[in-house]
Design a protein around this ligand. Sequence first.
Ligand SMILES: [Zn+2]
Length: 113
Amino acid sequence: MNGGAICGGYDFTARRVLLCPTEGRRRRFYCWYAHWYGWTYECLGCGDRWMDGERGERPFARGWRAQSIARAKAGWDRVTVPAQARRATFAAMMRTYLTTGRYSVTPEEGGMP
Ligand SMILES: [Zn+2]
């Protein structure tokens, strides 16, 4: 997972604790950034996803919520880079991208604004 826009590849991941609009309470969110799509936030409490302030479409499938929650928890557990380092790396990546049009860091270095 590096550089280009490869579907399914997450370029940056992060943990956030935010107010879940579905549940109306603070929840843990597993977040990932993908080129072209921007940030997606997945709630560890209810499994809903949020993109650009809009709730993601809920799958028409039995058990989707439990699967979504499990996926978000697994993602949360994989985020190992400290938040401050992620933010700094992401900011540097965006600066490079905005000036050169190219990405400059690896996904493992991760980051978010
Ligand atoms: Zn929620």
